[in-house]
Write a protein that binds this ligand. Sequence first.
Ligand SMILES: C[S@@+](CC[C@H](N)C(=O)[O-])C[C@H]1O[C@@H](n2cnc3c(N)ncnc32)[C@H](O)[C@@H]1O
Length: 287
Amino acid sequence: MTESTMRDVSDTARWVAAFRAIESARPDALFHDPLAATLAGPRGPALASGTSMWPTVVRTKLIDDLILDSLRNGCDRVINLAAGLDTRPYRLPIPGEIDWYEADLPAMSAYKESLLDGEKANCRRIVVPVDVTDTAALAEFLAEATAGAERALVLTEGLLPYLQPGEVRALSAVLRRAPIRWWMMDHWSPAMLRAVNVILGRRLGTARWQFGAPLDFFEGWSIDAAHSTFRAAARWRRSPAPLWGSALLPDAGIGPLERSRLWCGVVRLTNAGWQEREAAQHEESAQ
Ligand SMILES: C[S@@+](CC[C@H](N)C(=O)[O-])C[C@H]1O[C@@H](n2cnc3c(N)ncnc32)[C@H](O)[C@@H]1O
């Protein structure tokens, strides 16, 4: 195994943090993440060298914008599952009254906290080590993290491809049962999963991608917002020139997005259970 091979799934957090550091140094940067270089550490640049950074850069900006949009539309809690080395509470204008929860594997959480000591976040940040594939531990964490919130948003950025389909199904069911309004994620359909495993090959080491499915995989969730990575990358001049034509495609791609086996992008899903609860409350208060 070389320095540029992922040793474990948490190395992928150093990998994407290195991309954010490189983007932040551009004069036309789509975002500024001043902590990214420190968090990526010496391994981050080695993992990043020779791999394409534009899909990560573009998804970061799409998710930044969609989080701020959710906060403008009543989101009162953010729960970042598999937060890795994400620093949005430090670099985005998150209102001070927002509680922002972060969960990741214990070693990653400890590594990040050791480097963030002394840094000040814009909102209250609560860090809890959780293995999201342990459904009992996840449900317990969500009960704590959603307490007192009316419109909680869960973010799983860069997580699902590393899980097995059964683990994603179980995660989806736990989230659906919790009082969660929105679930935001980067989404990869089956053709994209295959392409990434071929392109990155041995680089991924033990962190080979395992999950990619059409969006109708997520039972009990409906699509609330969808932004194509290819389209945004072309618009922002981040993808290779041969892909610039993607700027002309609709955000939802061609054909029904729910069943697309080719699409990749950022989506915000709405919990059908939450919608039903809200409709019932409206009916009660109207009587
Ligand atoms: C590609 S990184 C993404 C990190 C961050 N969300 C971002 O976009 O910068 C994947 C993250 O998933 C975390 N992860 C993988 N499996 C996990 C699990 N079972 N429970 C909690 N976190 C997990 C890793 O530790 C790592 O931080």
